[in-house]
Design a protein around this ligand. Structure first.
Ligand code: UD1
Length: 415
């Protein structure tokens, strides 16, 4: 439940990146022994990935604040299957596919279903594994993949898919010979995964650029690693101050990962600058509208789109947001409309006519970012906004309500 309080002020720490840590956890399948991950956010998606690994016979423990210890047993004790009950809860579970085939020669991973922002195929993942010599079949709702040993190859991705790049990379590190991934995704989380793999003894070059080159290794070893900061969490608090006005500091945020968004918010009237080990941001009472396009990194992330719609809903003027990654990331628009936002959707474009103020309403969160966007919009919605299904927010945000309260917002979370 959120009530508007006017401009925000204060400091919040930015945690480890959800979209990085989930893949690092999957990558621990590649080597026997004890891994320690630091800067791990306390979010339910991490708990879900821990359940996926536990179902495979791996030990996962929170060993301290922000620290997770993972012990991967000997090969014979690993169950090479990710069951539907878990994959259905979290699509990122499919990141175990590449490491399982590479390390154990077989994998049985449930096909994820669709989700709230449209169809999300997995063909690029499976095609990449086939290029490396794996046999892949879809049977009874499961991807069944096998290979004696993967062999390095050239993989040309039709689209720079984050998930497909990660699965290809985690498979290639144990393949025999050289793999080149062309049109690879360039997200900072890919570079973090490559650093982790290289520390384990892999030879990955070019991660973070469109061409990744991998020299396959025979064996990898467990390591310790600190997860990079969550650029989407940082973007969320930037959106909060963009809507409510005020001045905030985000400690631990990485400005280099937010360049396009910072530029766009600057165009809208915000001032944002690196400060210490993070970011300082200030926003006037009302921003100017601007047009925004979501693109693969380094473009503005599709995950930020719901937040931008919330920002534009109360900006001065008309802004158009065009989505280029997922077809259906607009469902929460109806919820924002219930709060008085003036948004028209035409194909993959949303036209937003800014209002001076929204009006608090009961609304429903359909996914992580939609939930966060509704909370952000509520900061400038007269009266009270009650967000149903708010548990979605906890999938990706640690202490979301407490962090907003630290900035002066009036937020009460139940349950
Ligand atoms: C990841 C992120 C997600 C983010 C997205 C884009 C995680 C857990 N999730 O998702 O938060 O929004 O990157 O930055 O890290 N596609 C295919 N075939 C495939 C795979 C993808 O056609 O096999 C298409 C998708 O339909 C979509 C586009 O490629 O249109 C991008 O998807 P992808 O980059 O794979 O996103 P995810 O890895 O699922």
């Amino acid at each position: 439940m959120i009530r508007p309080t006017g401009p925000l002020s204060g400091t919040v720490p930015i945690g480890g990146a959800k979209n990085s840590v989930l893949k690092l956890m999957a990558a621990t399948l590649l080597a026997e022994g004890t891994f320690v991950l630091r800067n791990v956010p306390d979010i339910t998606d991490v708990a879900c990935m821990a359940d996926v690994l536990r179902a495979m016979g791996i030990t996962v423990d929170r060993s301290g604040a922000g620290e997770v210890t993972i012990v991967r047993p000997a090969t014979d004790d690993v169950v090479t299957e990710a069951p539907y009950e878990l994959v259905e809860r979290m699509r990122a579970s499919t990141a175990v596919l590449g490491p399982l085939v590479a390390r154990f020669g077989r994998a049985r991973v449930a096909l994820p279903g669709g989700d709230d922002f449209g169809s999300r195929p997995i063909d690029l993942h499976t095609r990449a594994l086939q290029r490396l010599g794996a046999t892949v079949e879809i049977r009874h709702g499961y991807i069944e993949a096998s290979a004696d040993r993967l062999v390095g190859a050239r993989i040309e991705l039709e689209f720079p898919s984050v998930g497909a790049t990660e699965n290809a990379l985690m498979a290639a590190v144990l393949a025999k010979g050289t793999t080149v991934i062309d049109n690879a995704a360039r997200e900072p989380e890919i570079a973090d995964l490559a650093r982790f793999l290289n520390r384990m003894g892999a030879k990955v070059l070019g991660a973070g650029s469109p061409t990744i080159r991998v020299e396959g290794a025979d064996e990898l070893s467990p390591v310790e690693h600190a997860v990079i900061p969550d650029r989407i969490e940082a973007a969320t608090y930037l959106a909060a101050v963009a809507v409510a006005g005020g001045e905030i500091t985000l400690t631990g945020a990485q400005p280099d990962h937010l360049t396009m968004l910072v530029h766009k918010l600057g165009e809208m009237g915000m001032r944002i600058a690196p400060e210490g080990d993070g970011l300082w941001a200030s926003a006037p009472r009302r921003l100017r509208a601007a047009d925004v396009v979501t693109l693969p990194y380094p473009g503005v992330a599709t995950d930020v789109k719901p937040l931008l719609l919330a920002v534009l809903s109360v900006a001065d003027g008309v802004g158009i947001v065009s989505e280029n990654i997922f077809s259906g990331r607009f469902r929460y628009v109806d919820e924002l409309r219930r709060m008085g936002a003036d948004i028209t959707v035409e194909g993959h474009h949303a036209v937003v006519r800014g209002q001076a103020c929204l009006s608090g309403a009961p609304v429903r969160a359909h996914d992580i970012r939609a939930g966060a966007a509704l909370a952000v919009a509520a900061l400038r919605a007269e009266g009270e906004t009650v967000i149903g299904d708010a548990q979605h927010i906890a999938r990706g945000y640690e202490r979301f309500d407490a962090k907003l309260r630290a900035l002066g917002a009036d937020v009460v979370a139940e349950g």
